[in-house]
Ligand binder design. Structure first.
Ligand code: WT7
Length: 662
């Protein structure tokens, strides 16, 4: 950290109309939340439409939090029906969607679609009705494997409408990853699509879905709904199981009343990586999640009725759930979404879309920002971007250089930037500045939001560390949007988050290192566990390792993350071949490069292209402690610096020269 970071105060033009427009207001807010939590949450809960009022704000028995007990609510009613009461709002655009392909002139997109809140309501009712026809009842799970199209959000809302629990699986995941998630959630229905355009290519999602459905893990799936993104593309259908959108969803015309759901009924499961080989399904519930999605969207993006809001995340990640779908829609915003790749057909695509659709708020990842910084420096100049009034960053630490570039080149030096810190588990942002109130320092996320009692503590004692000292981020009390559990594994939930060690009993451990400065602003350093953040995507070392050792020629593997100037972190995998494969390598029967390529493809098949290691290094042995644990620390050092300098006293029989060079 630079000793004296730059400071940016909210521009007057922004602050004067902001929802939270002064530091006095922001401080008062945080103070009230801390001193009168019950009253604070009750006040916030008034923004939601309840079917039945709650009787108690919080019932907390570590690690089980029950928020707004006694209350009944429907999330889809809050995101759609609420807005239909007023004609203007009903006709307001909910989604503007732009497809990736360009028209023959190359100047304009081939397809742009606009759905009003009324259109969205119709679609959600149709999907809900189709799900009912397929036998889906309250509490049943529905898997969603879709491109970035409005139908994905509509499918999520349709589940919410009838009390089904959705689990969205990012379209970049492989057949095995999809099948594993179907198995864990025991989903009965899969909503998928023929495919999507990405980087100028047609990607056939349905083929991957079909292969997943052939695996024994997917046997719970009875019905598959297939949205046709491009009816001119070939799409195979399996009779009896597969139903096209046109012949199933679009023929429904029943109005489906939003179910009354308990505050704590599950809303969705979202799988994310941890420290074991198996992704975990975090689940979130109705009222508390919605409340936080609603308010944080409003506070941090300062949503106003005239805004055109764009968050570039896919629906397959938590950001796509909270800040593309539920948060902005519950605020009645117009949400812009884009199907394809950021550099297609060139690096000016994003900026031209901002002009074309008059985007006022743009929320993206540091990796995207760094990619743009490096691609074509003149590209941002190809658009005015003067509709923008606020910017946001999420998913990984943003380096001050990228922050300042974003501020200057994209925000025309007039837009506040919110660096929002949160996790799949937290459901919504937990640390950020208020854009109209707080002074911002590039590289610092800001302070915990009102109601979030976050701190930086020493791992061994659990006591807060002093300003400028490194510790782990914890949250001392439950908050409404926190995950309620790991699907099917309550014990793992408690041990992973709320009872990690005797010093940290009953507090939520975020597993990120950070430091707080004198002013209480948090600078997030990164994960303290074996989670690697590649381009903001979360992957577990163990997950990659387990895929590698699943290959018949690999005996042992260790995957580590090392700093990468664009992607934040890159993955380096060290592998030890089996004795037999080693011999074949020595005899020249297996070619080293071919083996590496095969391992990369293998990971692509097991997890998805996003998990393919940047480097694979073949080792005769991996460094281990006497008790047999692989020493990832040494491998990280080796991958990063090319040599090992740290303490190697516990190292057993490892010779770095036995590694191949890459
Ligand atoms: C991890 C959670 C939050 C939605 C997208 C990622 C890292 C997230 C920031 C930030 C520094 C950040 C942390 C966290 N992270 N936001 N603003 N500054 N690091 O959700 O996949 O659950 O990943 O992302 O390491 O633990 P996720």
């Amino acid at each position: 950290m630079s000793p004296d970071p730059k400071k940016f105060t909210p521009p007057f033009a922004f602050a004067k109309d902001a929802h939270v427009g002064s530091s006095a207001l922001a401080d008062a807010f945080r103070e009230t939340a801390a001193s009168q939590p019950d009253a604070f949450w009750r006040e916030l809960a008034k923004a939601l439409v309840w079917k039945k009022p709650f009787t108690q704000v919080l019932d907390w028995r570590v690690p089980l939090a029950r928020w707004f007990e006694g209350g009944q609510i429907n999330v889809s009613e809050n995101c759609i029906d609420k807005h239909l009461k007023n004609e203007n709002q009903a006709n307001k655009t909910a989604f503007i969607w732009e497809g990736e392909p360009m028209d023959p002139s190359g100047k304009n997109p081939k397809e742009v679609r606009r759905l009003s809140y009324l259109d969205l309501a119709k679609l959600v009712n149709q999907i809900a009705s189709a799900l009912r026809t397929a036998g889906i009842k309250k509490g049943d799970r529905v898997a969603i494997y879709m491109p970035l199209v409005p139908e994905t959000a509509a499918s999520m809302l349709a589940c919410a409408r009838i009390g089904a629990v959705h689990t969205v699986i990012f379209g970049g995941f492989s057949k095995t990853a999809l099948a594993d998630r179907i198995e864990d959630s025991k989903a009965k229905v899969l909503i998928t699509a023929d495919g999507t355009y990405r980087k100028g290519q047609w990607l056939n999602l349905k083929n991957i879905a079909d292969e997943a459905l052939e695996l024994p893990q997917s046997k719970t799936i009875q019905t598959v709904f297939v949205y046709q993104r491009d009816p001119t593309q070939e799409c195979k259908l399996k009779g009896g199981r597969d139903k096209t959108w046109k012949d199933s969803v679009l023929t429904e015309n029943a109005k489906i009343a939003p179910e009354s759901l308990e505050s704590e009924d599950p809303l969705f499961i979202l799988y994310t990586s941890g420290t074991t080989g198996k992704p975990k399904g975090l689940f979130h519930t109705q009222a508390g999640y919605l409340l936080w999605a609603h308010w944080t969207s409003r506070w941090l993006f300062d949503l106003k009725p005239t805004d055109i809001y764009w968050c570039s995340a896919d629906f397959g990640w938590i950001t796509g759930h909270t800040y593309v779908a539920y948060g902005p829609l519950s605020n009645g915003s117009t949400v812009f979404i884009y199907e394809g790749g950021p550099l297609y057909p060139d690096a000016s695509r994003f900026w031209k879309m901002i002009d074309r659709h008059h985007v006022t708020c743009f929320y993206t990842s540091p990796t995207a920002i760094r990619t743009f910084m490096r691609s074509d420096p003149a590209a941002p100049k190809s658009a005015k971007k003067d509709s923008l009034r606020i910017l946001g960053s999420v998913g990984e630490p943003i380096n001050p250089e990228a922050w300042e570039w974003f501020h200057r080149e994209i925000g025309n030096s007039k837009c506040p930037i919110v660096d929002t810190y949160w996790q799949t588990e937290t459901g919504g942002v937990v640390i950020s500045t208020f854009p109209g109130a707080d002074t911002t320092k590039p590289g610092f996320a800001g302070k915990p939001l009102p109601g979030i009692e976050a701190d930086v503590v020493a791992l061994d004692t659990g006591y807060p560390v002093g300003p400028g000292q490194k510790g782990v981020v914890v949250i001392n009390k439950p908050w409404p949007a926190m995950a309620r559990g790991i699907w099917g594994d309550p014990l793992r939930f408690e041990k992973t988050y709320w009872n990690t060690s005797p010093a940290l009993q009953g507090v939520y451990v975020c597993a990120d290192f950070a430091m707080k400065d004198e002013e209480g602003d948090f600078q997030i350093e990164g994960r303290m566990d074996d989670v690697i953040k590649i381009s903001g995507h979360r992957l577990g070392s163990a997950e990659i390792e387990s895929a590698l050792v699943g290959h018949s020629q690999i005996a042992e593997a260790a995957a580590v993350g090392i700093p990468d100037p664009v992607k934040g972190q890159a993955c380096v995998a060290f592998v030890t071949p089996t004795d037999f494969a080693l011999k074949e390598l020595d005899d020249g029967k297996i070619n080293v490069e071919e083996l590496k390529n095969e391992l990369r493809s293998h990971i692509g098949r097991e997890i998805g292209a996003l998990a393919k290691p940047d480097q694979i290094r073949i080792a005769r042995a991996l460094p281990k402690t006497r008790s047999g644990k692989i020493m990832r620390r040494l491998l990280r050092e080796l991958a990063e610096k090319g040599k090992i300098t740290g303490d190697t006293t516990t190292l057993e029989d490892f010779n770095p020269s036995s590694l191949d060079e890459e």
